[in-house]
Write a protein of this length. Structure first.
Length: 117
């Protein structure tokens, strides 16, 4: 285990944090749960959580997350009754959808960088 400040951390988690932070992601670790956060190009606070016990499992879980990421469903969650963005999302529906595409691209980029390890 590595110690960072007063936190004891498994070596694979330190590697993940280094890679993620190099891509401007923030990573919050709570035992084996990792929460990845990053602002989208349109300024939305995008995040997702996984639970994993190894680097390989982290890669598998992020791959699964990307495969199941439905851009339309994610965009819909940020729209109000009139079809405009809410809670920090862009105003136009098209921009919300394109921003969610960018979120998927950011997550795939994270996965690609983790795969090189």
């Amino acid at each position: 285990m590595l110690e960072i400040g007063e936190i004891k951390m498994k070596p694979f988690i330190k590697k993940i944090i280094d890679i993620a932070e190099g891509l401007d992601w923030s990573v919050n670790v709570d035992d084996n749960e990792l929460t990845f956060s990053k602002y989208s190009p349109a300024g939305q606070d995008f995040n997702f959580c996984i639970t994993a016990n190894s680097l390989e499992e982290v890669k598998d879980k992020i791959k699964e997350y990307c495969e199941n990421f439905d851009v339309s469903e994610e965009a819909y969650a940020w729209l109000d009754e009139s079809g405009h963005g809410t809670n920090g999302a862009p105003y136009d529906m098209k921009d919300v959808y394109e921003d969610m595409e960018e979120c998927l691209d950011m997550t795939n980029e994270l996965l690609d960088n983790l795969r090189t390890e």
